[in-house]
Design a protein around this ligand. Sequence first.
Ligand SMILES: [Zn+2]
Length: 451
Amino acid sequence: MEIKLTSYGATEEVTGSCHLLNIDGHRILIDCGLWQGDWENYVKNWDKFLFDPKSLDAVILTHAHLDHCGRLPKLYAEGYNGPIFATPATIDLAKIVLEDSYFIMEEKSFRKKIPRFYRQNDLLKTNKSFTPISYYQSRQLTPDISFTLYNAGHILGSAIIKIQAGSKTIVFSGDLGGQNMPLVKDVDFIDKADYVVCESTYGDRSHQAIKTRDQELIKALLRTTLNKSTLLITIFAIERTQDILRVLNDYYESHIDFKVPVFLDSPMAAQATKIYKKHLLDLNETAQADLERDRDIFDFPHLKITNNIRQSKEINKTPNPKIIMAGSGMMEGGRIIHHLAQYVSDKKNQILFMGFQVPGTLGYQILSGDFDFDYYGQKIPIHATTQQIDGFSAHADQGSLLGWLKHFENPKKICLSHGDKPSLQKFAIMIGEDLKREVEILKYNQPVILK
Ligand SMILES: [Zn+2]
């Protein structure tokens, strides 16, 4: 049996995840994510796939983040007609993520005067092709090939994919979470695999402890109150928003005199929060126990959810102090842009970044220092203080990634994807030295034969 792995994204970078496994002519695609970052990277979404989507037999999706699911509709635009397997929670989340992404693409295409890279009809086909598979339930694709999903502990519904091809086992990590994540269950350890394809986003870094990051968030809240200013929190709609809401929930419910309003100004984050409530059984024991004493761990006094543009604009009329949570998380679009224009030139205000900013994004530029923000041709200087709290990341850090890889008894090779070059190189050296395993950094469109 010949098994060939070719990666068409998330190779020596963090977006566009797309891996093709060819097992004796049977073709399975793992993820089909969007290219994100600056325009140079985003524009790659228009390129035709270097494989023929018509020839695919199945697509398996690890989780609902855009860099893993964003180009799924484009597969249908180029002739794919089969299923997309994913967990039920991933399917619910992917539908809202893809809808939002479609409108962002439409807006960008309109501004650049170029056609869209897939049509709304392809999005509808994608939504209809999602096929739910629960964790630990094995699915036969051919008499010789089957796959099983395990918990990746990253975001709600996130999965590790284990593929059995004859006597060979190949594991795709997708994105991994660490231990004791605030909401989702712990990542599953797997002990047997011949080949492991592992993400390395934080392969060169360690995260803050959960307690520290919660304190940092509360400190920012208190500074805003003392300064009578505005706190802007850039949010990622899935997992991090719910994680932040839960920390705020605990603070507000134990400090009933604290009355600073919090605006959740992101329809997608509000929708995602509803999906978290729908899939409560996928949350960890602590979150479920908390739900027994507090009916809604994502809702608290003084939280206001805006449902439309009018309500979003009215936030500006609310006197300080106030807190605004809005996306997108890397400021590539969304309502955060309008709030930035309103608040960044005042040095009393604060901007909190809740995670990794891809180079080229506005979030990355603002965090990097001196920068005038271009708001529809108007240059606005940035005087507000900026801070990054990366402990809210849903990604495993270096220690957790190594810990997860250590559980494999005797893999023939560990292949690394999803990380920028320096991070991948450091992590590869570490795997070689600490785990004494053969390691390969996956390269774009360079097949690896899994013997
Ligand atoms: Zn992810």
